[in-house]
Design a protein around this ligand. Structure first.
Ligand code: MSP
Length: 514
């Protein structure tokens, strides 16, 4: 183990639906951060997984005539395969039906029960099964779920309650002291005013079905699925198990990535539960917006779902990852469209980045026999301008990534890529070749190749496969092994004498009528 620990998570996804653009979006964003932090020398755990309990899953299984366990076992591989297709580099994958999770959940309840944070009471209210959320009568909108507009069912049962109401003051003090806990700022205000409105105790168990983790002190009750799910973030690290060393090293999490629809669970209930157990809350919960197609949230019930697989087939995995992180401001809702994706692809990837690489590798082959030249003894002004662009990049990129501003980080890389294209246009190596100015020709190609080497480093978190390919084509080692990106990006790292191969276009142009 080396480096600072860094722990980043996605929500664990419901297994009632297959992976879609929305869940892929959260996962890709978390993946890009995890990859970048590995490149800044952190010891990273990137966790994703599945939320397999609850009434919704039990119902889906029943509708399909299978047991809940058979049902979740059949769906789980679809997520595992989808994340593999999208080049997701998760270090662990938790399923809430795993033994390690159940043990941790039960250990947690035992602790809260022993410490007097739970009591038995009767619950009366409305339950939305698709959202697995409780609502009070006065929260309903025309008798329907205020969140998704679907039917709710009336529940009256004996439940265990968590004394959430006692945590309002501590939570408000915590938000005040940890200003980065809820991000972005708009979400923070929303959470603060919600808690200022006062909190009710939370029903944490159910008795009307059995598909969940039984409460250790009252086995007729299973854990409310949301509470069960939140605990994955610590059970995956070994909380409540025999070996808690990962928990001790990696908790509190640096980032929980969530969609804006689930911040109350993550920013109110979750830190209160942890406080009750004497565990530190996570450092940050970052809520991203929704992907909208023609202004609507994409969802199965609306029938406007495009699958990740169909886009990967058309654009390739790296272009897929690039588009969503570049075109949608992370933290805000963003409209996505095929037209915009084609435009980004052709403009940024095929023209700017792909073309830069092909032209340069071609010229290196044609003029220098496919071998990298040595660094020029003296730089011209234009060389220095390009070097300066590369020099600013590590800091600009880090600042953007520290805010999870993926679009800003990528824009900073594109400053260098566009600068390198301009440089080639202006220096016109083809003329230098014609004139027989070999020294300047070698200097220009070296300078541009060096810019490409550095740009590939910073595109790697978002576009790992093409970055690795670019490095291979300029004869460099495994880009995924880089653990000090800033040092690696120092000007002059390109060795002389390494073999450059031309290869196929990285991003072949897409024609709109295809
Ligand atoms: N199982 C819970 C999470 C428990 S975490 C302790 C859950 N699962 S989910 O599968 O319904 O959704 C997971 C994530 O996908 C949420 O963060 C949600 O915001 C996100 N998205 C679902 N549709 C989306 C879009 N159309 N756009 C962007 N993200 C959206 O909630």
């Amino acid at each position: 183990m080396s480096g600072n620990p860094f722990y980043v998570t996605t929500p664990i996804y419901y297994v009632n639906a297959e992976p879609h653009l929305g869940t892929a979006y959260t996962t890709i964003a978390a993946d890009a951060l995890a990859r970048y932090r590995r490149m800044t020398g952190h010891d990273v755990i990137f966790l994703t997984g599945l939320d397999e309990h609850g009434q919704k899953v039990a119902q889906a299984a029943e509708e399909h005539g299978t047991s809940p366990q058979e049902w979740v076992d059949a769906i789980a591989p679809k997520f595992i395969d989808a994340w593999e297709m999208l080049d997701i580099s998760n270090d662990d994958f938790i399923r809430t039906t795993e033994e390690r999770h159940k043990r941790g959940v039960q250990a947690f309840w035992t602790k809260l029960h022993d410490d007097g944070w739970l009591y038995k009471g009767s619950y009366e209210g409305w339950y939305c099964v698709p959202d697995e959320t409780y609502w009070a009568e006065d929260q309903l909108l025309e008798g329907k779920c205020p969140q998704c507009g679907r039917d709710v069912e009336f529940l009256r049962e004996e439940n265990w309650f968590f004394k959430l109401s006692e945590f309002a003051g501590r939570l408000l003090a915590f938000y005040e002291e940890h200003t980065g806990f809820v991000q972005p700022e708009t979400r923070r205000n929303e959470v603060v005013s919600f808690v200022q409105g006062g909190l009710k105790d939370l029903s944490i168990s159910r008795t009307n079905f059995t598909w969940g983790v039984p409460l250790p002190f009252d086995e007729g009750h299973v854990t409310y699925v949301w509470i069960d799910a939140l605990l994955n973030y610590i059970t995956a690290l070994g909380y409540g198990g025999d070996d808690a060393s990962r928990f001790e090293r990696f908790w509190p999490a640096d980032y929980h990535f969530v969609g804006k629809d689930i911040i109350r669970f993550h920013c109110v209930i979750w830190p209160a539960m942890l406080m009750a157990a004497g565990i530190e809350p996570p450092t940050s919960v970052f809520a991203h917006g929704f992907l909208l197609t023609k202004g609507e949230k994409m969802s199965k019930s609306k029938g406007n779902v495009i699958t990740p697989a169909s886009l990967v087939e058309r654009f390739g995995v790296d272009a897929y990852r690039y588009y969503f992180l570049r075109d949608v401001a992370f933290g805000q809702d963003g409209s996505i469209s095929m037209e915009a994706m084609v435009q980004r692809y052709n403009g940024d990837l095929a023209n700017d980045w792909g073309n830069l690489c092909s032209r340069l590798f071609n010229m290196t082959e044609k003029y220098l026999g496919g071998v990298t030249p040595s660094a020029p003894a003296q730089d011209a002004d234009a060389d220095e301008t390009l070097q300066a662009l590369a020099g600013f990049l590590p800091e600009k990129y880090e600042a953007a990534m520290a805010r999870l501003d993926y679009a800003g980080a990528l824009e900073a890389v594109w400053d260098l890529i566009k600068g390198a294209n301009r440089y080639i246009e202006e220096q016109a190596p083809w003329n230098l070749a014609k004139e027989g100015d070999d020294a300047r020709l070698a200097a220009v190609l070296y300078t541009a190749l060096e810019a490409v080497r550095i740009a590939a480093l910073f595109t790697a978190p978002v576009m790992p496969a093409t970055s690795a390919e670019v490095w291979r084509r300029i004869g460099l080692g495994d880009i995924a092994a880089v653990t000090d990106i800033a040092a690696e990006a120092a000007w002059g790292g390109l060795p002389a004498g390494s073999a450059v191969t031309k290869g196929d276009p990285l991003y072949p142009r897409i024609y709109e009528d295809e």
